[in-house]
Design a binder for this molecule. Structure first.
Ligand code: NAP
Length: 463
């Protein structure tokens, strides 16, 4: 890793800590605000008051895009990480440290160094509001987090140097983590990589883990996809499998190993909620299921990106008459996406009480499984695991499918499921689970790393 990038709200100590760090590391200190002022030939205050914030962001973006790729400590402006275009440049081959401080401490620190106001609110209120507004962006822009409220510049710099040297997990947590992984069903190469990351002392203390939590989850395409993206974007991360019957145990390991994030899959999307500190995502709260956990500054926050993956291929079918097969965690996300597209949705499920309960919660209808033919929908969405490898069953018989029907199978292993094969044979329009997987993974990548990729940038890594 060549560069240490300090991010965070103004008044958290980026400039002083950055200078101190650079001195210790014997590398230059670059400050993006200072470089922007130099490039514009005016102070930030002047740019804000004459041309507005948008112009300042343009100048800042140009500065960040041309930062040198050599060893350096880089201090960034408080809003730099709110601009998605900046993130690939800031993240590439860099270690990002978020500096935080209590709002009252920030207010006191910046009282004597007035800067352009970002809102019309009094100082401390503005700080609280902006910190809440930028919560996701700061969480996505950190590899490590330091609270500077009660620290001198030297103490903050020393703590960063210690983290860079040893990482965050304790030797005991690394040993426990290894025991956890060795007790599972991981392949030899995966275990070997984890042994390199978790040995004591570690090979590179800055390497951090991300993973998929499920039971089972070894079928997940997540590791292939995310590890390829980490390589492409110069991110010092490794994505692996957290397979265990107990989500409590997985979350305990995740916290002890200082994970960046977890994808959550079968059967934990609901049960993970009791192990989280916050669910800031209104969609996850409404759906009642979490498929993405972001760990930041000691907090585990839950989000749902499944519904975005269901919604994306269906935006052209607004108002359709639809049948949803299944009433589990993903079905709740699908119902949320489909009702959001004003579809008339009927839920059919093996256990009818669950269909009834989800229908009530999500403003849909429900019916018995054997009423499918009478409903004659425009769209059927399968959220049951039927057809998922090694299962070769299909939730519907071939003669229940007709050419005007669009069939969306959320199962994506194999890419062409028995249901999709039958539907194609009957002349239906088909949507495979791979597209959904790519869309929901894209949203996860954005939540974890702040980088907004196109769906096709991800599709190239999904077989
Ligand atoms: P879940 O919460 O366990 O729910 C499974 C649902 O399927 C339940 O309604 C269950 O009915 C029903 N079901 C299970 N076995 C069945 C069977 N043999 N016959 C009929 N119905 C059956 O699981 P989930 O988290 O919603 O995930 C469901 C599927 O979505 C997974 O298999 C996965 O392949 C797919 N998925 C795809 C993506 C993607 O990106 N494409 C993402 C996530 C999940 P009961 O209520 O009767 O138990």
């Amino acid at each position: 890793m060549r560069r240490i990038v300090l991010v965070g709200y103004r008044g958290t100590g980026k400039t002083e800590t950055g200078r101190e760090l650079a001195r210790h590391l014997n590398v230059p200190f670059l400050d993006t605000d200072h470089l922007a002022e130099e490039q514009a030939g005016r102070t930030i205050d002047e740019i804000f008051s004459t041309e507005g914030e948008a112009r300042f962001r343009e100048i800042e973006q140009a500065v960040i895009a041309t930062l040198p790729a050599r060893d350096a400590v880089i201090g960034t402006g408080g809003g730099a990480v709110t601009q998605p275009a900046n993130m690939p440049h800031l993240r590439k081959d860099s270690t990002l440290i978020l500096l935080t401080a209590d709002p009252e401490v920030i207010a006191e620190r910046i009282a004597t160094a007035p800067r352009p106001p970002l809102t019309d609110l009094p100082a401390e209120e503005e700080i609280r509001k902006m910190l809440a507004r930028r919560r996701e962006q700061y969480a996505a822009a950190l590899d490590f987090c330091i609270d500077t409220s009660n620290k001198t510049t030297k103490e903050a710099a020393d703590l960063i140097l210690r983290i860079l040297k040893t990482g965050v997990p304790t030797p005991a947590a690394r040993a426990d983590g290894l025991t956890f992984f060795r007790g599972g069903r991981l392949s030899a190469p995966v275990l070997q990589r984890l042994e390199q990351i978790l040995k004591n002392p570690p090979e590179d203390p800055k390497t951090r883990l991300v993973g998929v939590a499920g039971n089972p989850c070894l079928h997940s395409r997540g590791p292939n996809l995310f590890n390829a993206l980490f390589k492409e974007h110069g991110l010092n991360y490794y994505y692996t499998f957290f397979e265990d019957p107990d989500i409590g145990r997985i979350m305990q390991q995740a916290r002890a190993l200082d994970l960046k994030g977890l994808s959550v899959t079968i059967p934990f999307k609901q049960s993970v909620i009791q192990h989280l500190d916050e669910i800031p995502d209104p969609a996850a709260r409404q759906i009642g299921a979490v498929n993405t956990v972001v760990f930041a500054c000691g907090k585990a926050r839950g989000y749902n990106t499944d519904w975005l993956g269901v919604r994306a291929p269906l935006v052209g079918m607004k108002g359709a008459k639809a049948v949803l097969l299944g009433a589990g965690g993903v079905a709740a996300a699908a119902a949320y996406a489909m009702t959001g597209l004003e579809m008339d949705v009927t839920i059919l499920n093996r256990t009818p009480e669950k269909a009834k309960e989800l229908a009530k919660r999500s403003g849909c209808r429900w019916a018995a499984w054997n009423t499918f033919d009478a409903l004659h929908p425009d769209l059927v969405v399968n959220t049951t695991p039927l057809g998922m490898e090694p299962d070769t069953r299909s939730p519907l018989a071939t003669d229940q499918l007709y050419p005007e029907l669009t069939v969306f199978d959320l199962v994506y292993t194999p890419p062409i499921t028995p249901l999709i094969e039958q539907a194609r044979a009957q002349g239906c329009t088909t949507i495979t689970g791979t597209g959904m997987f790519a869309e929901q993974a894209r949203a996860q990548f954005r939540l974890w790393f702040g980088i907004d990729l196109s769906a096709s940038a991800l599709r190239k890594y999904i077989p």
